[in-house]
Design a protein around this ligand. Structure first.
Ligand code: GRF
Length: 202
């Protein structure tokens, strides 16, 4: 069974989609064994507690520099025998120490069709504001492997979502979550867990 750690910063709706998928038997090769938040107030922590999932908080501002923060993250992940790391609305930067500790084992959900509207500074509502500003007719979500380049890793899954007349950033964000993010992330979690299980059997 692949141990999954979900890293969160906010409301945790993507985490909830993962929890619901696991409980529905849609992630047979994996089990969420840790929810790690970048801040103690993340509602995602409530969702984890309700589901009986162990939690941890590793807050960037507590650490003097990126390296100390990265080391604290890796220590927490190793303590929980993590095999797969899922970034679900996680807003802190992960440095190379974390990336190197989990090569091709960290995935992220980004709320656009990469390479559009991604990279430094593109997160949360800003992504949807940029899409509406540009006037694209279709947007969506992407699950990709995490490397040192923000939103730069190999694309694993994508799903398109129509933009409708009169969409506000908030309305569009919700549609992208419902129609794309909450579908793609559980699918990607099982895809990666199955792959890791197969590799461990060799
Ligand atoms: C959302 O904008 C989502 O697209 C991105 O992180 C934000 C918060 O997601 N991945 P969540 O509700 O905390 O999962």
């Amino acid at each position: 069974m692949v141990n999954i750690a979900v890293l969160v910063s906010g409301g945790g709706t993507n985490l909830q989609a993962l929890i619901d998928a696991e409980q529905a038997g849609k992630i047979p090769h994996g089990k969420i064994t840790l929810v790690l938040a970048s801040n103690p107030k993340a509602y995602a922590l409530e969702r984890a507690a309700k589901a009986g999932i162990p939690t941890a908080v590793v807050s960037r501002k507590v650490y003097p520099d990126q390296d100390a923060y990265d080391q604290a993250i890796v220590n927490e992940l190793k303590k929980n025998d993590t095999d797969l790391v899922i970034l679900a609305g996680f807003l802190s930067i992960l440095g190379s120490t974390v990336i190197r500790a989990y090569p091709d084992r960290i995935i992220n959900i980004h709320p656009s069709l990469i390479p559009s509207f991604c990279g430094k500074g593109f997160y949360g509502l800003k992504v949807h504001e940029a899409a509406l500003e540009k006037g694209v007719k279709v947007t969506g979500a992407t699950v990709h492997l995490v490397n040192e380049i923000p939103d730069g890793g190999k694309i694993l899954l994508q799903k398109a979502v129509e933009i409708e007349d009169g969409d506000t950033p908030e309305v569009l964000q919700r549609r992208v979550m419902e129609q794309a993010e909450w579908i793609l992330l559980p699918k990607a979690a099982e895809m990666m867990a199955e792959k890791i299980s197969a590799e461990e059997e060799k």
